[in-house]
Design a protein around this ligand. Structure first.
Ligand code: PHE
Length: 331
């Protein structure tokens, strides 16, 4: 005697064929596997069987139960997939809809200039260097051949923290800091913020940015200085330029020069430079008989203003969003 006939598997499969949703599936599941199902009934009837038959019969019910479970499970997966596809078809993305406009940040014009200078100077073999903005009088002046009562100290007036500490008035201090640490040959550049006791107006700011350049070796000449600056400025303005050098004075270079460029039909001063003064080398125990070099200090703000036609230096510092957002026009 068999308590359940295998044909119920076929029967279940046939019923499932017409089912297309979860609700229908639940009903079939209840009918074949639930509390009042044929399978459950069959298990109950095992007890009435001859003990010798019980094991075989219960194994056979279990096999049928497992198969029906698998069939129902497979159907469940099919229904879920069909439901997902139907949902997707309903909610398909309309790619013609306007996306929300997401405003992207823009690089500050000074950052762009800085990046360009870094790129150009690195290509010419200069290593980047840095020094503190709160600097000792010694590095800002004394070691740069500028004793305390030299008129150049007043000319570069800045904010003093005390007699020995000040906000650096130029990036030339980094020359000394690097020469103290590294033996020549040396080729460095150092961009950064500098400070002067100036009242802000269209062309002056108490805080602005400079980029120092320094080469010390056994062979550099004025020609190398001129060619380096020509290469740097032409690379920066992306055009060939006429350069003009005028005699000038800085305590730490001899001779000293101002460099102008012919730009938009006028001469514009862009930087100060010169051959490193022997006293500067002596102050860092480098033999001026053997070593020589050149230095330059350019105004990052000035280059930025020229390139982007900005006529008021304060625009670079007052954080006005409408100015800073005009990235596209500036590029
Ligand atoms: N430090 C000078 C200035 O601030 C610029 C300069 C740098 C000149 C290096 C000569 C050599 O004006």
């Amino acid at each position: 005697m068999t308590v359940v006939d295998e044909s119920i598997i076929q029967q279940c499969m046939q019923e499932l064929e017409s089912i297309s949703d979860q609700h229908g599936l639940d009903q079939v599941k209840a009918k074949y596997l639930g509390g009042k199902s044929v399978i459950r009934e069959a298990f109950k009837r095992i007890a009435e069987l001859d003990p010798a038959d019980r094991a075989i019969q219960s194994a056979s019910i279990n096999t049928i139960k497992r198969e029906i479970t698998e069939i129902i499970f497979a159907k469940k997966a099919l229904i879920a997939e069909a439901e997902t596809l139907a949902e997707l078809a309903k909610d398909s993305v309309d790619t013609t809809l306007q996306a929300d406009f997401c405003r992207q940040g823009a690089l500050h014009p000074l950052t762009k200039t800085l990046d360009d200078l870094k790129r150009l100077l690195s290509k010419m073999g200069f290593d980047i260097a840095s020094g503190p903005e709160v600097e000792q009088f010694y590095y800002n002046f004394t070691a740069l051949n500028t004793p305390r009562y030299h008129p150049a100290v007043t000319a570069q007036d800045t904010l003093y923290i005390n007699d020995d500490q000040l906000l650096r008035s130029h990036t030339s201090c980094v020359q000394i800091r690097m020469l103290e640490k590294h033996n020549p040959p040396l080729r460095i550049f150092s961009p950064g913020r500098v400070f002067r006791a100036d009242t802000p107006d269209a062309t002056h700011s108490p805080c602005f940015m400079q980029c120092e350049g320094l080469v010390v070796d056994e062979a550099s000449t004025m020609r190398d200085l001129v060619e380096t600056l020509k290469c740097l400025l032409e690379g920066f303005f992306k055009q060939s330029l006429e350069l003009r050098f005028r005699p000038s004075y800085f305590p730490f270079t001899e001779p000293s020069l101002e460099c102008d460029i012919w730009f938009k039909n006028r001469w514009l001063e862009v930087l100060g430079c010169g051959m490193v003064h022997p006293n500067v080398l002596t102050s860092v125990d480098i033999d001026p008989q053997r070593y020589r070099g050149f230095a330059f200090g350019l105004g990052i703000d000035r280059l930025t203003m020229l390139r982007y036609q900005i006529d008021d230096i304060r625009s670079l510092y007052d954080g006005d969003q409408s100015f800073l957002q005009q990235d596209d026009e500036l590029c």
